[in-house]
Design a protein around this ligand. Structure first.
Ligand code: TRP
Length: 337
């Protein structure tokens, strides 16, 4: 029987918002519910340190916050072969990372477009930051089954992660060319919506910009944020013809409304100056709150103690798999194992 595994993850740097939901979580849950794959969902706390090493309380808080968000959207470690894995809790992963680094070159990491973009915002990048793309390959390959037998690793992620996954495939192939068939190269599945605009209209929802709607926000918070959100700046009165394209109001309607015909009708009216921003914002708040209600309902069943238990269980199970992979890797490299 083919061993089919999913590994994907998120950095634990704060509560999750609608951008995480449409960009990643929705797809993760869909894949989980297909029940074709063993699912390893990684809490990337080590990678969080690449940018937040000076903030231990944030790191600590975020780990359980992210677990509670994941549980609330329906990722479910009660299902067979679904694991929430703490990155810092897998010793074999650090080792694998160090070994992969011997085949990775500094220049290829420097050329990675995601790294390039991030470097523009970081003043003095740490060694930990510079090596994170290789570390991420270790995240993925630590759960590698043996090649062959149609075994596979699937990695569902948002568009911004595409260069990392291409790199993971390259480095894994290089490893296999050097040491024989030891690791299964991963396959990426890129989500439909790569990133979601913020409520301020800037191109990405993020905590640092204060333009995020969180999965844990109350009905009231969501309504208030929507009522204040950025729409078409050129439109002053409800009777002015409005622009639909690139308007966050409609980007959100498209992302969250169930009823496409309803949204098309709003677009028509908006273009014709027949409906006001306020009316549409009120409706959008209802749409988003309806989407969040089941998530809120599920959240009531969980607490921090349970989150910790879930992490312990998933991390223990993953250690068993990662230790096996590491044994194969070490003996292929001529190391005692
Ligand atoms: N880099 C990813 C992010 O910033 C998180 C991540 C860490 C990840 N390790 C991974 C994603 C392995 C997929 C596979 O969101």
């Amino acid at each position: 029987m083919a061993v089919k595994r999913v590994l994907t993850g998120m950095r634990t740097t704060g509560q999750l918002h609608l951008g995480h939901y449409v960009g990643a979580l929705k797809l993760w849950k869909e894949i989980q519910d297909r029940r074709e794959y063993e699912c390893f969902f990684l809490l990337a706390d080590v990678q969080a340190l690449t940018t937040h090493a000076d903030n231990p309380s944030l790191i600590k808080e975020s780990i359980t916050d992210v677990v509670l968000d994941w549980l609330s959207v329906g990722l479910d470690p009660d299902l067979e072969k679904v694991y929430f894995v703490l990155q810092s809790g897998i010793p074999a992963r650090f080792e694998l990372s160090q070994y992969l680094m011997m085949l990775a070159t500094y220049m290829e990491v420097r050329r990675n477009p995601t790294v390039k973009a991030e470097l523009k915002t970081i003043r003095s990048p740490s060694m930990g930051f510079m090596t994170y793309p290789v570390d991420q390959v270790a995240d993925i390959e630590m759960i590698s089954p043996e090649p062959g037998n149609r075994n596979e690793i699937l990695v569902p992620v948002g568009e911004d992660q595409a260069p990392h996954l291409e790199y993971a495939r390259r480095l894994t192939r290089r490893f296999n060319e050097t040491y024989g068939k030891v690791l299964v190269p991963c396959r990426a599945e890129i989500g439909e919506i790569g990133r979601l605009v913020g409520t301020d209209g800037s191109d990405k929802m993020s905590k640092s910009k204060g333009n995020a709607i969180y999965l844990a926000d109350s009905t009231n918070d969501v309504t208030q944020k929507i009522m204040k959100m950025y729409t078409d700046p050129k439109r002053i009165r409800a009777t002015d013809p409005g622009t639909v394209e690139d308007n966050p109001l409609f980007i959100y309607f498209d992302a969250f409304a169930q009823n496409e015909a309803e949204v098309e009708e709003y677009k028509r009216q908006y273009r014709a100056g027949k409906v006001g921003d306020v009316v549409l914002k009120k409706r959008l708040a209802v749409v988003i709150n309806e989407m969040l209600d089941p998530i809120r309902e599920r959240r009531k069943k969980f607490n921090k103690e349970l989150a910790v238990e879930v992490i312990r269980y998933g991390t223990r199970a993953t250690n068993v798999v990662a230790d096996e992979t590491l044994d194969r890797v070490k003996s292929a490299m001529g190391l005692f194992s």
